[in-house]
Design a protein. Structure first.
Length: 161
């Protein structure tokens, strides 16, 4: 049985809003873009992809942007402090869901990064910085994983397993 809630309405409104923004972006880029999609190189796609990945990580998971995500949650005082809960329904619930879903926010971020990258050459620099930061973050995670694996292997060998 299909469950009907008023939240479907807000999800639909935000989806239509996104589609309208994308169409408006396409219209703007049709006349104002300094690059067309056909002029993008593999390097451009890699930069846009890495910048988008980092923005998704920042807005869905990072502590620094937690304040943005928490604006869409309800705060309730408890004996031990403040407890955050998602609103039951409404536009704030949709935004709370959006900011907790990497796939959802990824579509919005990809559209935003691509739009500005194609619109102006000034967007190249922030995109480059975000892409380098994304690659550096990934390399740091890989180094941490390597160190963890080496310690795990060392501990395992010391125990005689």
């Amino acid at each position: 049985m299909l469950r009907i809630t008023d939240q479907y309405f807000w999800n639909f409104v935000f989806s239509v809003f996104f589609i309208v923004l994308v169409v408006m972006g396409m219209i703007i880029l049709d006349t104002e873009a300094h690059l067309t999609v056909t002029e993008l190189t593999t390097v451009d796609f890699i930069l846009i992809t890495l910048a988008t990945w980092l923005l998704v990580r920042l807005f869905v998971y990072d502590t620094v942007t937690k304040w943005v995500r928490e604006q869409f949650w309800d705060a309730r005082r408890t004996k031990s402090g403040v407890e955050l809960t998602k609103p039951k329904s409404g536009p704030r619930r949709t935004l709370a869901d959006l900011f907790s879903c990497p796939w959802c926010i990824g579509v919005w971020m990809a559209a935003t990064v691509t739009f500005f990258y194609l619109l102006t050459p000034l967007a190249y620099y922030p995109t480059l910085f975000l892409a380098i930061a994304a690659l550096a973050s990934y390399l740091q995670l890989l180094a941490n994983l390597t160190g963890y694996a080496a310690e795990h292997f060392k501990t395992k060998n010391e125990r005689g397993f």
